[in-house]
Design a binder for this molecule. Structure first.
Ligand code: ISL
Ligand code: CA
Length: 559
């Protein structure tokens, strides 16, 4: 795939995108009906979160058949039509590949479970317990032990996420061949690539040893399950067997991968992946156990935010890797709420972050609804739909000894459900998402925050996205240019230069809801031209002041 770095990717979490048949659940025909909107933004690729058959313990990330369509979402004919209709609009479809685990309803696992001698037993990790307990002390991503008991054999099997997602054993060459077959199946149907779920977790430490054996309680086995060397052999094999044979885009979800890991996965010539996501921004203010580890009270500062951005930008460019940049996805709270201001300055803030995401080095990913500045929602406990929220509410009380009302506050701050409320298409009933009851509670602010009404305004966020995307596409420096931070120690404003040897741009964004003064003395300001601004076009001055969440892009003359 040529120019793959320049692509703009729009992520759809289909269950909440658009419901075409009035059952309260978003579906594939809903996506087809909204293709024009996605095209109007300027996206080239749609990453579809999983649409395969699934019992929905983890809303599609627990797959019971890798080569079928979940009937809630439609049929294979609908899928083929989506690929075709998208292609007519110059948009490719990226599938979500989930190679680390299958659903416990998958026929491979069902066979493994029913018969200890099934050849599928070795597709998974079945182990005997130790002293009547789990085989080791590994903590699951979603709280509690990573092991689930099998009553029939008395053994346990590894489930690193929900107890219904059974980890596949990638040491088994048959497993690898099965997954390569699945990839070919979809590529032959015309999809343009894959977002690969927790790809850095597929190689476990041999023997599955305890993490910190002398410590009590469950421990998160990061070094024993993530970024282990054989993962690179597996991906290189996947590249040889599948990726190299197709015109195909890849982005890996490297959960908790560091800069050096991402460089290894993505450096050209290693024949692994094109790009990867980073998680450090999302973990700002979280304790070492991740998003529900409230012990740092979710406090973070703009300089910390900037230093994460700078560190990743600089290290990945030095190391010859490539990033997929994103601020929101289906696993994170809405970024306007998490990192900005979702009340008084919601519109300004949404634009400031749009400008940031689309002027960094890397390939930009947008998440459904962010184009109209969607925010976190308001939930009661009964409104939670995500397993992680429901389970961690219990874990916070039992393991972390948090009183119920505080546990509820922590979940309500960080639950993935915030990203999964239906997209606000208009101010009609149910935000124009469905004609019946949506499967999850709507965000109550849809009358103020929705795509149709936004588009009627002069200060439209959607139109700003369109403008900035078009701007990025017509200025290759924004994709390829070297990133150099300017004023890295400034407490409110992030500013950086992008330079590709032909063109040189300065990006300046106030990341706070206060006015900010910034000093560019030493820079040749007089020859700078303003190209784009969130608040209109103002000249570059040696000393200037920015309004709350104001962002500007200047072209600097070549020295
Ligand atoms: O969202 C997280 C925690 O709240 C992350 O740790 C998340 O579990 C991790 O990024 C892996 O995510 C991916 O795989 C999961 C699935 O639940 C997520 O939706 C998916 O993006 C298991 O398949
Ligand atoms: Ca539907």
């Amino acid at each position: 795939m040529s120019n793959w770095k320049e692509r703009i990717v729009y992520q759809i979490w289909p269950r909440s995108f658009y419901d075409s048949n009035g059952d309260g659940i978003g579906d594939l025909r809903g996506v087809i009906q909204k293709l024009e909107h996605i095209q109007s933004l300027g996206a080239d690729l749609i990453w579809l979160s999983p649409v395969y058959s699934s019992p929905n313990h983890d809303f599609g990330y627990d797959i019971s058949d890798y080569t079928s369509i979940n009937p809630e979402f439609g049929t294979m004919e609908d899928f083929d039509e989506l690929v075709l209709e998208a292609e007519k609009r110059g948009i490719g479809i990226i599938m979500d590949l989930v190679p680390n685990h299958t659903s416990d309803r998958h026929p491979w696992f069902q066979s493994a479970l029913s018969d200890k001698n099934s050849e599928y037993r070795s597709y998974y990790f079945f182990r005997e317990g130790v002293n009547g307990r789990e085989p080791n002390n590994w903590l699951s991503f979603f709280g509690g032990s990573a092991w689930t008991g099998d009553e029939l054999s008395g053994e346990y099997y590894l489930t690193s996420f929900t107890p219904h997602q059974c980890d596949l054993n990638w040491e088994n060459p048959k497993v690898r061949r099965e997954i390569y077959g699945v990839m070919k199946f979809w590529l032959e149907r015309g999809v343009k690539g894959f977002r690969i779920d927790v790809i850095n977790a597929i190689a476990k430490a041999p023997g599955l040893p305890d993490k910190d054996p002398h410590k009590r309680g469950l421990r998160f086995p990061a070094e024993l399950t993530l970024n282990r060397e054989p993962v690179h052999d597996y991906i290189q094999e996947m590249h040889r067997e599948v990726l190299s044979k197709y015109d195909c885009f890849t982005v890996g979800e490297g959960v908790l991968a560091g800069t050096e890991d991402v460089i290894k996965f993505t450096r050209q010539g290693r024949n692994e992946l094109m790009m990867m996501f980073q998680f450090d921004l999302h973990n700002l203010g979280c304790g070492p156990l991740g998003k529900f580890d409230f012990r740092k009270l979710y406090r973070w500062t703009v300089p910390e935010f900037k230093s994460v951005v700078d560190r990743w930008q600089l290290r990945i460019q030095e190391g010859g890797g490539w990033l997929g940049n994103y601020l929101s996805n289906h696993d994170q709270p809405r970024h306007v709420s998490r990192f900005g201001n979702d009340s008084e300055y919601r519109r300004e803030c949404a634009k400031a972050f749009c400008l940031l995401n689309l002027t960094l080095r890397g390939t930009p990913f947008l998440y459904q609804g962010e184009e109209c500045g969607m925010t976190n929602s308001v939930f009661d406990r009964a409104d939670w739909r995500d397993y992680e929220a429901i389970n961690d509410y219990k874990v916070l009380q039992s393991m972390m000894h948090l009183p119920a009302f505080l546990a509820e506050r922590v979940i309500n701050k960080m639950t993935r459900d915030h990203a999964r409320t239906p997209v606000h298409w208009n101010s009609n009933k149910n935000a124009g998402f469905t004609s019946s009851e949506p499967w999850i509670k709507l965000n109550p602010n849809y009358r103020d925050v929705n795509i149709e009404d936004d588009l009627k305004r002069n200060d439209s966020i959607v139109k700003f996205y369109r403008k900035v995307i078009a701007f990025r596409k017509s200025n290759p420096v924004l994709t390829y240019g070297i990133y150099t931070p300017v004023n890295p120690e400034h407490k409110k404003v992030i500013s950086y230069i992008r330079d590709d040897g032909n063109d040189r741009m300065l990006i300046v964004i106030n990341l706070t809801d206060k006015q900010a003064k910034i000093d560019f003395s030493g820079m040749q300001v007089s020859n700078a031209t303003i190209l784009l601004g969130t608040h209109g076009k103002r000249p570059l001055l040696e000393r200037m002041s920015l309004l709350p969440y104001e962002g500007r892009v200047y072209r600097l003359s070549r020295r």
